[in-house]
Design a protein around this ligand. Structure first.
Ligand code: MN
Length: 721
């Protein structure tokens, strides 16, 4: 374990003005707080934060970050509090430690590989300071280095897999290739030691035959470049076992077939020298077409810069070459952390690093990391759902679900499963019961409350933002609507057959299905229900001998006929209402009122009170008239809209007398409009909900008897046509 003075010395060695006192205090405080806690290795727990701080000094990070490394587990694992850390080490460090703690908590709800991308984004969304991520990565790196001390194989495998799925790609995105490679290598040796050993053995064999050549080629490149006046350093290197294995798996090829196991890195003094070196190599060796990439003029979003090319090398083999300056190299190896590493004092020309304001750069980095590594990925993410507009929530089992910002409980339910959405009645969000339209926040844990009796309603469309939920709701509504039309059509056909004294057997109707060119019984009924096909047409198609009746003597219902007793009457109940059947506009018939249906193409059956003046418009279209009767069932609690039109005396309290009377009769008010007629009277239109005609009449009589009502009538049908 690194000792206190060693750690401080290391920081001072790269940061002259380092706050030694701060580092010493953080070291002492963390030692005290962790006390005699132990690691799985048996070491004192405190060795862990010290090693994490040590890794951070290798990145040459600032004092606040090193102190955060020392303190990073105190909030989570000890008695330390945010306020105490704030007062001892200041707000900046307290915020950093708090940020790392938040990330550690997220880790508990471990993600599956398919959710790794979302989880990485969640980490980025949660860490608002890039230094929080750097400490988190160093923390994970030390935990991976000491992974073998953990005795449970399942736990080791889970941590290794998580590292491979989440932290290695995250380090890659941040441009920290060294971290990425070590993560991958450590995870690989835990998860698949056999594969790793196989690759290593084969690499050793290759090295025996080609190893010398690797150095020879590096030497030859160096000589050629130096002769042409480019001072440089050339490294020949071999790919890491894990990336070789991954390539072999992805492309299903053998190790021998991999052309790029060996690569060369040419490090020169500055940007100009990069292009000069490229020119020399391209003139000397044959270039493999399509492999040249200029990441200097077009840096990657994580600020990676280099020239990449592939040539046919000295021994006629394809050779990959990366050319970069020293400062580009620092960025390539340490990515976002390189800002603290490299201060270019060797060249007078302003380097790219000097032009970068470190804080803006970090800001940019984080926002770029959030969207993706390349311009293509950036575009792809933008097209889908822009990450900054996302919110991440968990199921009770810890599954992570990403939704667009503004998403509601319903969106979440539909994201889990269509059936969960359809049966959703609300949710417990972090244990609190909330209704369907509630908007979700990052990190919420959502438990959907369901009822199988529940059905989606049209108003749900206003409570969702995701396309998936919207489509699923529309789907169910369409099905409901279709079912309503099918049911209505069937009733119309059946009642017509009954009035003709014919049995409505399935086989008769199916005959009509074929003749009319419809593909199913349901289709036929739906067509009748929608008013596109008449029931009479179905009848004469099923029984061609039954000619159409002469319109003059047809058995048609006319106004005033006792529809309730008619065998043909279609029942109006709660279940049949919907798209297929609805009350005509401005009409408020109640159970007990005589009603009649008018088939309206595409709108289904419109229900009118028999006394509606507008019915005279349909006198010449008897084929559209449908007898109807009420069927709301015994003891039904169904309520119907009714409208009362009245004149009130204009005096204080008159409205409250009206509302008290309504309350006495257990009637809800759904709408109210008041018009001043003159100094002494008001006209009042009141929409209420009642059970039936009797209920409405009781209310009307009671109001008529009251001292404040001078005129009252129930509106059954719109007065004018
Ligand atoms: Mn830790």
């Amino acid at each position: 374990m690194m000792r206190q003075f060693e750690l401080v010395d290391r920081v001072v060695s790269y940061e002259a003005g380092a706050d030694e006192d701060l580092l010493n205090r953080a070291y002492v405080y963390a030692t005290k707080m962790h006390g005699d806690q132990k690691r799985a290795s048996g070491d004192p727990y405190f060795s862990h934060p010290v090693e994490v701080a040590g890794i951070l000094t290798e990145l040459r990070l600032d004092c606040a970050t090193i102190a955060t490394g020392l303190l990073h587990d105190t909030l989570e694992d000890t008695e330390a509090t945010f306020n105490e850390i704030t007062s001892m080490f200041g707000g900046e460090i307290a915020e950093l430690v708090n940020g790392v703690t938040k990330l550690s908590k997220l880790e508990i709800s471990s993600a599956s590989p398919s959710q790794a991308e979302n989880f990485r984004k969640l980490l980025l969304a949660t860490a608002n300071d890039v230094r929080v991520l750097l400490v988190k990565l160093a923390d994970r790196l030390h935990n991976m280095r000491t992974l073998h001390f953990i005795t449970s194989p399942e736990k080791r495998a889970r941590i290794a897999q998580e590292t491979l799925d989440i932290y290695a790609p995250l380090a890659g995105r941040m441009g920290m290739q060294n971290f990425r490679e070590e993560f991958e290598d450590l995870a690989f040796s835990e998860l698949n030691p056999d594969a790793r050993n196989t690759v290593l053995r084969r690499l050793e064999e290759l090295d025996e035959t080609k190893g010398a050549i690797l150095d020879d080629i590096a030497y030859e490149f160096h000589n050629i470049l130096t002769e042409m006046g480019v001072s440089c350093k050339v490294d020949g290197r071999r790919k890491r076992p894990f990336s070789i294995w991954r390539k072999m798996e992805n492309k299903s090829i053998s190790l021998e077939q991999l052309s790029d196991i060996y690569g060369y890195r040419v490090i020169v003094d500055n940007e100009d020298a990069c292009y000069k070196a490229l020119g020399v190599l391209h003139r000397t060796f044959r270039v493999v077409p399509g492999r040249f990439k200029d990441y200097i003029s077009m840096p990657k979003l994580n600020n990676y810069q280099s020239l990449h090319t592939t040539v046919i090398g000295p021994n006629k083999q394809r050779v990959e070459i990366q050319i970069r300056s020293q400062d580009m190299h620092a960025v390539a190896e340490q990515g976002v952390a390189a800002h603290w590493v490299y201060k270019d004092i060797s060249t007078k020309a302003p380097s790219r690093m000097d032009q970068i304001n470190p804080f803006n750069w970090l800001q940019d980095m984080v926002s770029q990391l959030k969207t993706g590594e390349t311009a293509e990925e950036f575009m792809e993410n933008t097209k889908l759902e822009l990450f900054t507009d996302q919110v991440f929530c968990f199921t009770p089992k810890g599954r992570l679900i990403a939704l667009p910002r503004g998403a509601t409980v319903l969106d979440f339910a539909y994201a889990v499963h269509t059936q969960v959405g359809n049966s959703c009645t609300g949710a417990r969000i972090n244990g609190r019961q909330l209704p369907i339209p509630s908007v979700l926040h990052n990190g919420d844990e959502i438990e959907i409350i369901r009822s199988e009796k529940n059905l989606p309603r049209p108003v749900w469309l206003r409570h969702v933002v995701t396309g998936k939920a919207r489509a699923a709701i529309r789907n169910v509504l369409r099905e409901q609507e279709e079912a309503g039309f099918v049911e209505l059509g069937q009733r119309l056909v059946e009642s017509l057959f009954a009035s003709e004294g014919l049995e409505c057997k399935r086989e008769f109707i199916e005959r009509a299905v074929g003749v009319l060119g419809l593909n199913s019984l349901a289709r036929l009924y739906a067509e009748v229900g929608r008013g596109r096909l008449s029931a009479t047409e179905v009848l004469v198609t099923a029984f061609p001998s039954k000619k159409r009746k002469d319109p003059k003597d047809k058995d048609v219902l006319t106004k005033g006929q006792d529809t309730q007793l008619s065998a043909r009457a279609v029942p109006v109940g709660k279940s049949l209402q919907g798209m297929a059947m609805s009350f005509a506009e401005g009409c408020f018939p109640l159970p007990g009122d005589a009603i009649i249906g008018i088939l309206t193409p595409e709108e289904g059956l419109k229900i009118y009170p028999m006394e509606a003046p507008i019915l005279s418009d349909f006198e010449d279209h008897e084929e559209r008239w449908v007898a109807m009767h009420w069927d709301i069932g015994e003891g039904s609690d169904a309520l119907f809209d009714s409208r009362l039109d009245m004149t009130l005396v204009d005096k204080a309290g008159s409205l409250s007398i009206v509302s008290q009377t309504l309350a006495d009769f257990d009637a809800n008010i759904t709408n109210l409009s008041l018009f001043k007629r003159d100094e002494t009277f008001h006209d009042l239109a009141l929409d209420i909900q009642v059970r039936d005609v009797n209920h409405a009449n009781q209310i009307v009589n009671a109001l008529r008897a009251s001292s404040v009502v001078t005129r009252i009538e129930r509106v059954v049908a719109a007065k004018e046509k």
